[in-house]
Design a binder for this molecule. Structure first.
Ligand code: PMT
Length: 408
């Protein structure tokens, strides 16, 4: 994934044990196509040597104001010109205090003051230092100045104490930075989506379910959050981690999923049905474990409610997006679902392409035609769906489900 192609990141590394995570972060960024210029403070170099960063980034490491590597000796100015962002990770209490008060006493603090690009900081310190009113005052000042603060996390600390102040993991910082650069095409929008399978009990130990892993729905929740939406995800029984900035409600059955959707519906701008919701459930659920007796058994099923169909039919329906999982005739079935449920957009996929795996190949069906996206990891596909959805919403001027407004 060349998510950072063409972007130059100035990575400030200051004196904390979390500096070792900055080495991994620089590797991830370089792998994603970024050019990384590391600025290492004197204290930072006590934890990880310049040679490590030089080897990982393939570029010289900047440690002092006093060098002639820049043609006119102005590294404190030139390093940030044309940079996409400065990220300081780890950011100690000391560097945060300096940045909050405009203190300039080394290359990193001076270039932060002289920069013309965004600044992000990943605090890393002992929990008492983090909670100290002086640090909290400094963080408030930095926030007010538009500095983006990433973390800290809570947990075990190098000093042996437990609490808030740990630097976020390298992969989390990488994801945060990626999100930071994403166009905020769904800013101000509230998105409700369903994900994963449902589980319809037969008796206390058995049930009917399907092979949906939840990966497509979780990826779409992440992509919507990256695009600036406030996201609520109603998830069937899957053991996937919740994407950052996504509110998750866990359910088991289709009836619970419907209930949770209805409860969370007020105020939503978009509803996306990614879940593979059971179409049928046992008519009677045995309260005791059903005993085998060697005879054939008949299970009587009844239809479940069509959650998406019900939401799209409401007079106050949000912008509704459906998925169609088919094993053949994708275009015919997806189009007929779009029309039958009056959906603005249907994401069609063949089960052999998307069910359970890490990748998917989808075609987007809206009133103007069919738009195939290339096969890719689900998060990449999800970002493509979000881009199409956002532009479609804009074109339709937010009309629910693409229907004309009642008063237009
Ligand atoms: O979870 P993964 O392993 O990543 O797999 C992803 C996926 C293949 C499950 C996903 O991409 C997908 O296609 N989801 C929809 C699956 C589905 O149930 O499709 P459907 O054609 O049966 O349903 C059509 C639409 O109605 C869907 O938006 C579905 O969420 C919705 N529906 C269906 C039945 C029901 N009772 N209520 C619903 O809301």
């Amino acid at each position: 994934m060349n998510a950072f192609a063409g972007k130059r990141i100035v990575l400030g590394v200051t004196g904390g044990i979390a500096a070792y995570k900055a080495a991994e972060l620089s590797r991830l960024l370089v792998k994603a196509g970024a050019t990384v210029d590391v600025v290492l403070t004197q204290a930072g170099s006590e934890f990880v040597g310049a040679m490590t960063f030089q080897a990982l980034t393939g570029r010289p490491v900047w440690q002092t104001l006093w060098n002639d590597r820049m043609s006119h000796g102005m590294a404190h100015i030139d390093l940030t010109r044309g940079a996409a962002a400065v990220l300081i990770a780890p950011a100690t209490a000391n560097v945060l205090a300096k940045l909050a008060h405009g203190v300039c006493d080394d290359l990193l603090s001076i270039l932060c003051l002289a920069r013309d690009c965004p600044l992000l900081v990943a605090p890393a310190m002992n929990r008492q230092m983090w909670e100290h009113p002086a640090t909290q005052r400094n963080m408030a000042l930095l926030s007010r100045d538009g500095v983006k603060i990433l973390g800290p996390a809570s947990g075990d600390q190098a000093c042996g104490e437990v609490g808030e102040g740990r630097m976020l993991e390298a992969k989390t910082l990488f994801d945060e930075l990626y999100t930071f650069f994403q166009p905020k095409s769904l800013a101000g929008k509230r998105v409700l989506l369903t994900a994963g399978p449902t589980f319809e009990p037969i008796d206390p130990v058995r049930g009917l379910t399907n092979s949906s892993s939840g990966k497509m729905g979780f990826a779409l929740a992440q992509a919507c959050a990256e695009a600036g939406a406030t996201v609520t995800m109603i998830a069937g029984p899957v053991a996937l981690p919740t994407p950052r900035n996504v509110q998750r409600v866990d359910v088991q059955t289709s009836a619970q999923m419907r209930e949770a959707v209805l409860q969370n519906l007020p105020g939503q701008n978009v509803f996306i049905g990614v879940a593979a919701v059971a179409d049928y459930r046992p008519k009677v659920v045995s309260t005791e474990k059903i005993k085998k007796n060697g005879e054939p058994m008949t299970l009587v099923l009844e239809a479940t409610s069509d959650i998406l169909g019900e939401i799209a039919a409401r007079p106050d329906a949000p912008f509704c997006v459906g998925f169609a999982a088919e094993s053949q005739n994708l275009e015919t079935y997806a189009e007929s679902k779009r029309k039958a449920k009056n959906l603005a957009l249907v994401v069609g996929n063949l089960v052999q392409d998307g069910l359970g795996g890490e990748t998917n190949r989808v075609t987007l069906f809206d009133a103007t035609g069919a738009y195939p996206l290339p096969s890719a990891k689900k998060i990449i596909v999800a970002r493509g769906i979000v881009a199409h959805l956002a532009s479609l919403m804009e074109k339709l001027d937010g009309k629910p489900c693409g229907k004309p407004r009642a008063n237009s």
